[in-house]
Design a protein around this ligand. Structure first.
Ligand SMILES: *[C@@H]1O[C@H](CO)[C@@H](O)[C@H](O)[C@H]1NC(C)=O
Ligand SMILES: *[C@@H]1O[C@H](CO)[C@@H](O)[C@H](O)[C@H]1NC(C)=O
Length: 388
């Protein structure tokens, strides 16, 4: 009798289960722009000429932090800057981002700061921002890799620490994008921040910390050819990059192909040892990800790999979201155009509390404009399952 009634309930139970799974099946991704807000508008606020290089991160407490370079005098990569930050405690709703605070001021340096990477240590609840001073050695020397951290969800920030004391003074510009804390072995818990060198000394370089950012050391180096020499068109010059950890514990790094070596598309390289090496055997060119040579966004969420860039071989226009159900080995035919016009650097994040709401959204920050992508920095909240 009892067994019978249990069996009778089984089909119902199974169909309920499959409903739950179906609600967020990667096969049903139909992204919709749910809400968008301009976080920074260039030329508007007194002290800042141009906002560029947007970074976006979740925090351990479920807030969102947006960062950018606030370029004081001009739109140039050189020049003095602030690091600007805004914070959202309600999943990026329009009106409730905190006002801009400048968490770092590089003073009046000619070759000032450049962003940068934001990395969350979930084990200790830290948010770390890594940036560079004097990257180009323009009327200054040496180049310094710097770090600040927040232990209170981005409300306050530590004094800057000079990581070049441990790493050496090589010109290293982190990201732009996010660094990762390894969630899987090998090297679970390790902080991995990847970035690039100057045009001559270019390449993808990763710095690593196995003690929550106390001590840092140099990991993988995938160097340009010819290294430390002037490049020509179509030379091999891996540049700005975004690392993503896959669930097998390897790290896929999606890389800007600075000189269009082999294709006008993204390079992809993979580390199997937690960022110590990026073997050339693992490098491939992703012909589907056409790219005008730019910093792009990537994120793995619930077994789906997302990617954003201005999807055009020549120009920074057509910011597009793509997704892969095969860890980037292939891309779904559907893609979502986020902005047809001028669009530049982008970065993606999401919240991961396990709640149904958090599973529905990803967040994209990107450079957006009508005439030039330097006009604004925009935050887009994207609903992944709008088609249901
Ligand atoms: C950082 O440390 C390096 C190595 O000790 C040093 O040469 C450089 O001047 C320091 N940079 C700053 C900004 O203090
Ligand atoms: C925008 O991107 C999509 C997807 O890659 C592509 O099919 C389309 O041709 C692009 N449009 C422009 C104007 O670049």
């Amino acid at each position: 009798m009892e067994t019978g009634s249990r069996l009778a309930a089984l089909p119902l139970l199974l169909s309920l289960l499959s409903l739950c799974v179906c609600a967020f099946s990667p096969k049903q991704i139909v992204p919709l722009l749910y809400e968008e807000q301009l976080l920074w508008v260039s030329g508007f606020e007194g002290e800042v000429n141009t906002y560029r290089i947007p970074l976006l991160s979740f925090t351990p407490k479920g807030s969102l932090l947006a960062f950018s370079e606030a370029r004081k005098m001009s739109d140039h990569d050189l020049g003095q800057k602030f690091i600007a930050m805004r914070r959202s405690t309600d999943k990026g709703k329009g009106a409730t981002w905190s006002p801009t605070s400048f968490i770092i001021d590089d003073g009046a340096q000619i070759d000032g700061l450049n962003l940068g990477s934001v990395v969350v240590d979930e084990e200790l609840g830290l948010v770390i921002v890594v940036y560079v001073l004097c990257f180009n050695h323009y009327h200054c020397s040496p180049s310094s890799t710097m770090m600040v951290e927040s232990v209170d969800d981005g409300l306050s920030w530590s004094q800057p620490r000079n990581l070049s004391v441990q790493l050496g003074v090589k010109s290293f510009c982190p990201g732009p994008g996010f660094g990762i804390q390894k969630r899987y072995n090998p090297a679970k818990g390790r902080l991995v921040v990847c970035g690039h060198g100057t045009l001559e000394g270019n390449g993808v370089f990763c710095i690593l910390s196995d003690d929550h950012g106390q001590n840092w050391y140099n990991g993988a180096a995938l160097k340009s050819i010819p290294y430390n020499q002037k490049k020509r068109a179509q030379d091999f010059s891996p540049d700005e990059c975004q690392p993503v950890e896959l669930t097998d514990g390897s790290i896929v790094v999606n890389v800007r192909n600075q000189n269009n070596y082999h294709c006008r598309c993204r390079m992809v390289v993979r580390s199997f040892d937690g960022g110590l090496t990026l073997p050339i055997d693992s490098l491939f060119f992703d012909y589907e990800l056409v790219d005008p040579a730019v910093a792009a966004g990537a994120l793995l969420k619930d077994d789906v790999l997302y990617f954003t860039n201005p999807s055009n071989e020549q120009h920074r226009v057509n910011l597009t979201l793509r997704w892969s159900l095969t860890d980037g080995n292939s891309w779904e035919k559907k893609a979502m155009q986020i902005w047809a016009g001028p669009s530049g650097y982008s970065s993606i994040t999401s919240l991961d509390s396990g709640s149904a709401d958090d599973k529905r959204y990803i967040f994209v920050i990107y450079e957006k404009g009508y005439k030039s992508y330097e006009e604004t920095i925009s935050f887009a909240k994207i609903h992944l399952f709008s088609g249901r």
